[in-house]
Write a protein that binds this ligand. Structure first.
Ligand code: PLP
Length: 387
C-alpha cells in the first residue's frame, strides 16, 4: 500500500495496487476462483475461500479505504448489501435516527425489513439538531446520515452529527454516495462508518453494481467482516476489478461533473420555464456554508429542479423531448441522466410522505454527466421550450 500521505489522484490510481508478484502484471489480475490451495491444512497464503476474501476484492477494499483516509474497507455485491451489513450491527430493541429525505432503497430496507425485526427508525430533519437530541434515548444506537440528500440536495453537517453521536455513545454512519470520496471524507469529520454505492461515481460508467463500507475502527471492522462473511453478499472479482478501473479516473470525472453541474445549475436558474433549482453550490442554498466547509473540491454533479408545470403528462413530454439526457434511475455515470423522483426513485413513498419531504410531482433530478456542456444546455433548452 503506498504512502497514506499521497494526494488524492495518486491514491486513486495506486492505493492497494502493486504489480503482480508472479508475472509483473501492472493491473491486478481478476482472481476468478472460489478456493485457494493450502500447502498443508491451515497453511496458506492468506486466502482460503473466496467468500471470506479474494485478492482482487482485497485490492479494491484497500483502495477505497485509502481514498476515505481509513484503514479498513469492505466490498459488497451492491450498495444495499453494504447497508444491510451495517444494520446487522444492531439488535432488536435498538433505535436508529436517520435523515428524512433518504435514498428510497435505504428507507425500504429500514422500514420494511429491519423494522419487522424489532429495530425502530426515526426520520428527522437533520438541519435541526435540537430535534435529534429529543429523539435520543438509551435505546438509540446509531445515526444514519446521507449528505447531500436525495433528491432534495440538503446538506447535513457531518462534524456536528459526529459530535452529537459521540456525546451519546452512538455510531455515526454516513452514506457518501452522492459526494464520492473526492469531494467529501466523513471519517476525517468524525464518522465511524462510511458507506458507498460504488454503482454510482466510484464505478462511474453505469456498468457495474457494487457497495462499500469503510471504517477506521478495528473493532467495528471485525464485526463488519464477520457479517460480510457470515451473510455472504460479497463483491465478485470481476465487479471489483471494474470498480477499480473506474476509480482510476474518479478525480478527473468528478472535476468535470462539478464544472458541468455548476454551469447547468446557473443555466436552469436563469430559465423562465424553471420554478426552483436545488443545488448546494448556490450561495443562497440554505446549507451552502456547511457544503462549502465539508465538500472539499466542489458541489457534485447532482441537481434537482421543479418546472413551472404540475401536470404529469406535460412533464413527461418535456422529459421525452430530451435527446442527450436519458430518462433513467441511478446517477454518477459519465452520461447524463434525468429522473422523475415521484414516479421513479421515490415511488415507494406515499404521496403524503413525498410531499412532506418536498418531492412534488414537478420535481426532476438530474445526474449531470461529463459530456460537452454546450450540448447538454442545448438539449435542455430544446426540451424546456415545450413548457
Ligand atoms: C444507489 C444508492 C444506494 C444503493 O446502492 P445500490 O448499489 O443501488 O444497491 C444507496 N444510497 C444512495 C445514496 C444511492 O444513490
Amino acid at each position: 500500500m503506498p504512502n497514506q500521505n499521497f494526494k488524492f489522484a495518486t491514491k486513486a490510481i495506486h492505493a492497494g495496487c502493486q504489480p503482480d508478484e508472479l508475472t509483473g502484471a501492472v493491473m491486478p489480475p481478476i482472481y476468478q476462483t472460489s478456493t485457494f490451495a493450502q500447502e498443508e491444512p491451515g497453511v496458506h497464503k492468506g486466502y482460503e475461500y473466496a467468500r471470506a476474501s479474494n485478492p482482487t476484492r482485497s485490492v479494491l477494499e484497500d483502495n477505497i479505504a485509502a481514498l476515505e483516509n481509513a484503514q479498513y474497507g469492505l466490498a459488497f455485491a451492491s450498495g444495499m448489501a453494504a447497508i444491510d451489513c451495517v444494520m446487522k450491527l444492531l439488535k432488536p430493541g435498538d433505535e436508529v435516527i436517520s435523515t428524512n429525505d433518504l435514498y428510497g432503497g435505504s428507507y425500504r430496507l429500514f422500514t420494511k425489513v429491519y423494522a419487522t425485526y424489532g429495530i425502530k427508525f426515526h426520520f428527522a430533519c437533520m438541519q435541526d439538531f435540537d430535534a435529534i437530541d429529543d429523539l435520543i434515548n438509551d435505546k438509540t444506537k446509531m445515526i444514519w446520515v446521507e449528505t447531500p440528500t436525495n433528491p432534495m440536495l440538503n446538506i447535513i453537517d457531518i462534524e456536528l452529527a459526529a459530535m452529537m453521536a459521540h456525546k451519546n455513545d452512538l455510531l455515526l454512519v454516513v452514506d457518501n454516495t452522492f459526494a464520492s470520496p473526492y469531494l467529501q471524507n466523513p471519517i476525517d469529520l468524525g464518522a465511524d462508518i462510511v458507506m458507498h454505492s460504488a454503482t454510482k461515481y466510484l464505478g462511474g460508467h453505469s456498468d457495474v453494481m457494487l457497495g462499500a463500507l469503510v471504517t477506521d475502527d478495528e473493532e467495528i471492522a471485525q464485526q463488519l467482516y464477520f457479517h460480510q462473511n457470515a451473510s455472504g453478499a460479497i463483491a465478485a472479482p470481476n465487479d471489483a476489478w471494474l470498480v477499480l478501473r473506474g476509480i482510476k479516473t474518479l478525480h478527473l470525472r468528478m472535476q468535470r461533473h462539478c464544472e458541468n453541474a455548476l454551469e447547468i445549475a446557473h443555466f436552469l436558474r436563469g430559465h423562465s420555464a424553471v420554478e426552483k433549482v436545488y443545488w448546494p453550490g448556490f450561495e443562497d442554498h440554505p446549507n451552502h456554508e456547511v457544503a462549502a466547509k465539508q465538500m472539499l473540491r466542489g458541489f457534485g454533479g447532482m441537481i434537482s429542479f421543479t418546472l413551472k408545470l404540475d401536470e404529469y403528462e406535460a412533464i413527461k413530454k418535456v422529459l421525452k423531448a430530451l435527446d442527450v439526457f436519458s430518462i433513467a434511475e441511478s446517477l454518477g455515470g459519465v452520461e447524463s441522466l434525468i429522473g422523475h423522483p415521484a414516479s421513479m426513485s421515490h415511488a415507494a413513498l406515499t404521496k403524503e410522505e413525498r410531499l412532506a419531504n418536498g418531492i412534488s410531482d414537478a420535481l426532476l433530478r438530474m445526474s449531470v454527466g461529463i459530456e460537452d456542456v454546450q450540448d447538454l444546455k442545448a438539449d435542455l433548452e430544446n426540451a424546456l421550450s415545450l413548457v
